[in-house]
Design a protein around this ligand. Structure first.
Ligand code: F6P
Length: 744
């Protein structure tokens, strides 16, 4: 508003100056006009009396000349009239001739032409005309006019003009102010509200509309503010599919997105009645799939289904999701030997136990390493073939592709490569036992940005690089420069879509409860706890059963009134560690059930099969407790899905201290999964928790998961990618190749 006043003041000052110029011009013009009028009159008078004057002069009677002069000088604008003879003396003059006026001044007028002069306090116009008789020039006629009247007229005109202009200025100023206050006022309020909303991240788009057509550029700036504000702290924008699309169109216009992961989002398998479409139980898939639906692009993955080849086109592509095609799935084929070495061997018997530190010894076989390299090359070729531009954004997923970033960089030097490591990165001492550590680190440092779930894992990675690879580490920028190329190391906590698609298909919570309890044949007073995940030793399934054993032993009042359902999807069953885990879990289930169970009641129900998202959400909505007791987990999305499923704001989450999710979901009951007694007590606490407290905790966790959803996860990476591209573009303009000169 202060600026508005300043602009208004400047406007009025300009108009006043212009008015002053108008008044000055007008008065000059009026003065000139009066002078020219008098000059004309003087000549007319001279012409009209010339002959009479000659006759009077020739008569030699002074009275004739003076009489003529007195008559002429009666005119009210004429002041005086005189005659200077050839010798320069004033021979005849009217009575009104000023005493100080002499023929010398008449000569000046003869030389220069008519002039004006102040005489006796009057403004006098002096004009001189030669008088010629029969014998030639005899003298000069001097005519003096009083111009004071003209001066007064100009002064009066100036006053009127100034008054009129003053009134015009005041009226137009008042009108302009009224227009500004009425029209700009609303616009300014809209702008202010938009800025406030950008800062708080609420309803940004709707309020921007209030800026109207004038606000086109401002809207762009505000949108950028909203997005980059988010890039900085990630808290301000409400992330949705629309926000993500906006990031793409505004920050990365026309950019091509390629995703690479081992697991494909849609698997086709033969079934009894044709071909079955399966969505795998994978945190990676449930996080990336909604992102791809929002952004479009191509997802390159291993075609692992036995009917996969029958459902692709000649280029091994198909459009997905089948119900609403929005991106391309490009399948890459592997032989069984390659699959054994790369996936089961190096990735899941080597890197998986190594990074999770879950006390299963890793196996490192040279043949697995060779297969890992071959398959990474195969995917690098697929990326190069799928890329339609020389600078795509390539999002590489997980520990299956430790070498891929460098291989893609060699094929597409201008690509922006973002690699996300979905599992923990251990301390440098632990990683030190990996036989090909230098190669993997070198491979990962082909990325532009390397992401982990937590800052802790970023720190572990930097320590590992420091220990094993000669490079430059900039701890302030959190980057590593290897052979002149810089990689930024950043935490991006992964999450789920919000609201989850499966939730929309759910019945109200009481109906879900009733359905599930009926299916499980639970008595009305029985409390239900659930655990849902892949059958993996990192998830702490066996330890959870030991906790239930401890709980029932210490709290026998719950015998007959507590049931734990473990839904476990078979996973990597080809590997001995996974088979042993399943056997151990089944043995323990039998043991605990035999110890405490009755013919009507079994405390543990182990259901080993794949559960689709709808079944999973129904189970979550029916549960009183959800147990997530991973021994070590990068993030764990099951915990976040349970929270998303509970729109009734009830239910208790028991969460392992060693899951990345525990950094964000501090309102869960956090426990040590290695300590069965402590976990048993956590179950007791959860069962005793009043509904009001459950609601308070659940509300806070729902706020957390809804705002830090998967669109934010992907959006922050893409915003950082766009910052990187813009800065690299700037650097290329300034021809500076010095790394480390910027940050993201
Ligand atoms: O947790 C790591 C991870 O790759 C996840 O991203 C994914 O949910 C899970 O492992 C799936 O494993 P797989 O694809 O081997 O079944």
């Amino acid at each position: 508003m202060r600026k508005l006043v300043i602009y208004g003041g400047a406007f009025l000052l300009t108009v006043a100056c212009a008015a002053l110029v108008v008044v000055l011009l007008a008065s000059t013009f009026l003065g000139q006009w009066a002078r020219r009028d008098v000059e004309l009159r003087s000549r007319l008078i001279f012409n009209s009396i010339h002959d009479s004057l000659n006759l009077a002069l020739q008569s030699g009677a002074p009275g004739n000349v003076v009489g003529l002069f007195e008559r002429v000088s009666q005119d009210d604008r004429m002041l005086a009239i005189g005659y200077c003879d050839a010798s320069g003396s004033m021979r005849y003059l009217s009575k009104t001739m000023p005493k100080d006026f002499s023929c010398a001044e008449a000569e000046r007028a003869q030389r220069q032409g008519p002039f004006t002069e102040d005489i006796d306090g009057r403004h006098i116009h002096v004009a001189v005309f030669p008088v010629t008789g029969a014998g030639g020039a005899t003298g000069n006629l001097v005519l003096l006019h009083d111009l004071t009247y003209a001066q007064k007229r100009v002064a009066r005109a100036e006053t009127y003009l100034a008054i009129i202009l003053g009134i015009i200025i005041l009226v137009s100023g008042a009108l302009a102010t009224a227009v500004i206050v009425l029209s700009i006022g609303g616009w300014v309020r809209g702008l202010r509200q938009s800025i406030v909303n950008v800062q708080s991240g609420h309803d940004v788009e709707r309020t921007m509309k209030t800026l109207g057509p004038l606000g086109e550029e401002l809207r762009d700036v505000l949108r950028q503010m909203a997005l980059s504000g988010n890039a900085i702290d990630g808290e301000r924008v409400s992330w949705t599919t629309d926000t993500l699309r906006q990031v793409m169109t505004e920050n990365l216009p026309g950019a091509e997105v390629l995703v690479v992961s081992n697991r494909e989002p849609y698997i086709h398998n033969h079934a009894e009645d044709g071909v079955d479409l399966q969505i795998p139980a994978s945190g990676l898939v449930s996080a990336l799939e909604p992102v791809m639906r929002a952004c479009g692009g191509t997802w390159i993955a291993h075609g692992s289904g036995d009917a996969d080849r029958e459902t692709v086109d000649k280029d091994d592509r198909l459009l997905v999701p089948p119900s609403d095609p929005s991106y391309t799935l490009r399948r890459v084929w592997l032989t069984d030997e390659e699959q054994d070495g790369y996936y089961y061997g190096l990735a899941n018997e080597g890197l998986w136990p190594l990074c999770h530190i879950a006390f299963v010894q890793p196996n490192f076989r040279e043949s697995d390493w060779q297969a890992y390299k071959t398959v990474n090359e195969r995917f690098a070729d697929a990326v190069a073939r799928e890329a339609e531009s020389d600078a795509p954004i390539v999002l590489i997923q997980d520990y299956h592709f430790g070498l891929l970033p460098r291989m893609v960089r060699e094929r597409l030097p201008n690509a922006t490569i973002i690699t996300f490591w979905h599992i923990p990165w251990p301390n440098s001492e632990t990683f030190g036992i990996f036989p090909w550590k230098e190669e993997i680190i070198d491979g990962l440092l082909g990325s532009s940005i390397l992401g982990f779930h937590t800052q802790f894992h970023c720190n572990n990675f930097l320590e590992t690089v420091d220990r094993f690879v000669e490079s430059r580490i900039d701890r302030e920028a959190a980057s590593v420069t290897l052979r002149g190329e810089e990689t930024f190391i950043r935490p991006y906590p992964i999450s789920i879509e919000w609201p989850p698609a499966a939730l929309a298909r759910q019945a109200p919570v009481p109906d879900c409860r009733a359905n599930v309890r009926r299916r499980l044949r639970l008595a009305p007073d029985v409390k239900l706890a659930v655990g849902i995940e892949r059958f993996d030793y990192t998830k702490g399934i066996v330890d959870r059963m030991q906790a239930i054993d401890s709980f029932l032993a210490n709290h026998p009042e719950w015998l007959g009134r507590f049931v734990f359902v473990q839904a476990a999807a078979p996973s990597r069953s080809k590997l001995p560690a996974y088979r042993h885990l399943q056997e151990e879990a089944e043995r323990l289930t039998r043991e605990v059930n035999a110890k405490y169970g009755t013919p009507d009641w079994q405390p543990i129900r182990l259901v080993v099969r794949h559960h689709g998202p709808d079944e999973v959400f129904e189970l979550f909505r029916a549960a009183d407790i959800c147990l997530v007791s991973s021994l070590h987990d990068g993030m764990n999305l099951v915990a976040k899905e349970f929270i998303a499923a509970r729109d009734d704001e009830e239910g208790v989450l028991i969460l392992s201290n060693f899951a990345g999710a525990a950094r964000e979901l501090s309102e869960a009951i956090i426990g040590n999964p290695y300590d069965p007694h402590a976990m048993g007590e956590a179950i007791q606490r959860a069962l005793d928790m009043p509904v009001a407290e459950q609601r308070e905790r659940m509300r806070l966790m729902r706020e957390q998961v809804s705002s830090r959803n998967v669109y934010r996860w992907a959006g922050r990476m893409l915003v950082n990618a766009s910052q990187l591209r813009k800065r690299q573009h700037l650097l290329s303009l300034t021809e500076s190749s010095e790394p480390g000169g910027y940050s993201i």
